[in-house]
Design a protein around this ligand. Structure first.
Ligand code: RP5
Length: 181
């Protein structure tokens, strides 16, 4: 039921083209309430043509699913995992403890504490179990970081990242130029 709800939410957001065949990136989140934030990672990966799967996996509500997802991700061909959660946000760290793959954590701002709780829960990992934590609600950067990680072994992807950076620079310079006039 959750999967169907997730798919229909993604469709409403305009992501019906999400390329899920042989996914290289797995995006997981603790709840469908995280989707409005986490969809930005899916949008970036889609834009770069990286096949991606999106799943709801909760460290607290579905611990068995979290275990099987994280421990089987590598053998299923996933190369990077992006995990987002809010509040007592244990999902990214727990996933990182169960897989040798790089895990990018997205602290999602929940209804209280302005996301500080999520940020600290994700960033304060014990030595030995790294999670690359992006800024609160910044799933865009999680998507971009995943592209850069994959780009290390994928020259096409790295060239596209280069182009993205040039486009971003040109956009800012054009805006600055307009302001000066
Ligand atoms: C976390 O609790 C989720 O990642 C979400 O950010 C937060 C609230 O979840 P819901 O109560 O909205 O399902 O596990």
């Amino acid at each position: 039921v959750l999967e169907a709800r997730l798919k229909s939410m993604l469709r409403e957001e305009g992501y019906e083209n999400l390329n899920e065949a042989a996914p290289r990136v797995g995006i997981v989140m603790g709840s469908d309430s995280d989707l409005p934030v986490m969809k930005d990672a899916a949008r970036i990966l889609n834009m770069f043509g990286v096949s991606t799967e999106v799943r709801i996996v909760s460290a607290h509500r579905t611990p068995e699913l979290m275990y099987s997802y994280a421990s089987s991700a590598r053998e299923r061909g996933i190369q990077v995992i992006i995990a987002g959660a809010g509040g007592a946000a244990h999902l990214p760290g727990m996933v990182a403890s169960l897989t040798p793959l790089p895990v990018i954590g997205v602290p999602v701002r929940a209804s209280t504490l302005d996301g500080i709780d999520s940020l600290l829960s994700i960033v304060q990992m014990p030595r030995g179990v790294p999670v690359a934590t992006v800024a609160v609600n910044n799933a865009t950067n999680a998507g971009l970081l995943a592209v850069r990680m994959l780009g290390v072994g994928d020259a096409d992807l790295l060239a596209r990242m280069n182009q993205y950076q040039e486009d971003t620079r040109d956009y800012v310079l054009t805006k600055a130029e307009k302001l000066r006039k």
